[in-house]
Design a protein around this ligand. Structure first.
Ligand SMILES: Nc1ncnc2c1ncn2[C@@H]1O[C@H](COP(=O)(O)OP(=O)(O)O)[C@@H](O)[C@H]1O
Ligand SMILES: [Mg+2]
Length: 404
């Protein structure tokens, strides 16, 4: 059918025409925002799920909701950055938020204070003690966000910015994606800061989204986190929601999908949002006319796999070393479920201690996560099947001795 009217959205973070099965999280965010706007307490959210389940899309929805409520949004996609780079990145976004709340000409005392906090926050000191100038927004305030301690400085900044937003009856929504890449200290600093804004009943909310592997917290941050956040997990859609995700966008274009076609599509995609969009898009291009039939879905399945293989799956494998690839391939041999390191090691003819670093690297890269101590699983749904297609034979790399 007409490619111009193809309504599906098989791209990372792309808002789907029908956002299916997420009413619970959307409602929860609305309540959070409205309560905090009224100076009441409510728990912020840390959302986790595998790749392609719709975390980024959900954050995008929260962004819209926040803007409609007259809030200022700080969006940040976390990367593996040291604390200095993290300060600089956050500093720039905090500065944008400040100007968003009020142009400099109308700054009150609270705004100058927030500006001073952001300036001090973005000053960095490297390992050799060299000080690098930060943003210069206003005169510094001694003792404000200049402690050189990330949690203390982050707290000063969020409190000052929250207070400035409050004066305008606005608020600050911090929406952080890929939080598995934050270091423990970075995540802890955000939690400590949020703890303070909650105590002061300031209009600040934080939503983090990431892979199931969220950095393990320690000490105070850990106990605060349990009280400050709820931890929704999102995943594949139920049968009804998956049907809605596939048939809804077509219906808006006056195209129907047969029931047996919907059922087959659910089998193929497992109800994973990304896969639904990719299959929908392929079926649209294969079908000649409405309704989209079971045959159309079957015809589209090959194109669907080819598309996924060359984009969604392939990019994950592009950066892996030979040993990492062998490790993933061995996991795939064992099936889609989580596996013990020892089982994988047996297939590769090695001791699990020898493979420990490889496993750790794959977790670090966001390809594997540990659902439970001692277990590792793929972060990408259906990745096992992809590995079997991409690397047909089990790889058993030669043992190379480390030189000392
Ligand atoms: N609730 C949903 N219903 C239908 N499609 C969705 C839904 N959530 C996400 N999608 C689609 O799934 C894909 C992946 O979404 P994305 O937010 O990038 O996932 P993640 O951030 O979890 O990897 C995109 O193509 C998006 O259009
Ligand atoms: Mg994402």
């Amino acid at each position: 059918m007409d490619p111009i009217r193809n309504p599906y959205t098989p791209n990372a973070g792309e808002r789907p025409d029908v956002l299916a099965g997420r009413d619970g999280q959307i409602e929860q965010y609305n309540v959070l925002l409205q309560r905090v706007s009224r100076g009441r307490s409510a728990r912020s959210m840390i959302i986790t799920g595998l790749r392609g389940v719709g975390k980024t899309v959900l954050l995008g929805k929260f962004r819209d909701t926040s803007l409609e409520a007259g809030w200022t949004v700080i969006e940040h996609e976390a990367a593996k950055h040291n604390d200095n780079a993290f300060r600089r990145e956050m500093g720039l976004r905090l500065r944008t938020a400040l100007f968003d709340l009020s142009p400099r000409a109308r700054w009150t005392e609270r705004y100058h204070r927030a500006a001073a906090a952001i300036s001090a926050f973005s000053v960095t000191i490297d390992a050799s003690g060299q000080v690098k100038a930060g943003l210069d927004l206003t005169d510094p305030v001694e003792g404000l966000a200049d402690h050189g301690d990330l949690p203390m400085d982050m707290t000063d900044v969020l409190v000052a910015l929250g207070a400035a937003a409050q004066e305008k009856s606005s608020g600050i929504a911090l929406l952080l994606d890929e939080i598995q890449f934050l270091s423990r200290s970075q995540l802890e600093s955000l939690i400590m800061a949020l703890h303070k804004t909650v105590q002061r009943a300031l209009p600040v909310v934080l939503v983090g989204a990431g892979l199931p592997q969220v950095p393990e917290l320690a000490g105070d941050a850990k106990s605060y986190a349990e009280r400050l956040f709820t931890f929704p997990v999102i995943g594949s859609l139920s049968g009804t929601d998956a049907h809605e995700a596939l048939s809804g966008p077509a219906a808006a274009e006056q195209v129907r999908i047969d029931d047996d076609a919907l059922a087959r599509a659910f089998e193929v995609t497992g109800g994973y949002p990304y896969f639904i969009q990719e299959l929908g898009s392929a079926a649209w291009s294969k079908a000649e006319h409405s309704p989209i039939s079971l045959d159309d879905i079957n015809d589209a399945a090959e194109l669907y796999l080819a598309k996924l293989d060359e984009s969604f799956f392939r990019v994950r494998l592009d950066r892996t070393t030979e040993l990492q690839t062998a490790y993933l391939r061995a996991m795939a041999e064992l099936g889609p479920q989580p596996h013990r390191a020892s089982e994988v090691a047996v297939l590769l003819g090695r001791e699990s201690t020898q493979l420990g670093p490889t496993r750790a690297e794959l977790i670090d890269m966001g390809l594997l996560y540990t659902p439970q101590r001692g277990l590792a699983a793929f972060t990408v749904p259906h990745f096992d099947q992809f590995m079997l297609r991409a690397v047909p034979e089990l790889l058993v790399p030669q043992v190379r001795r480390r030189r000392r």
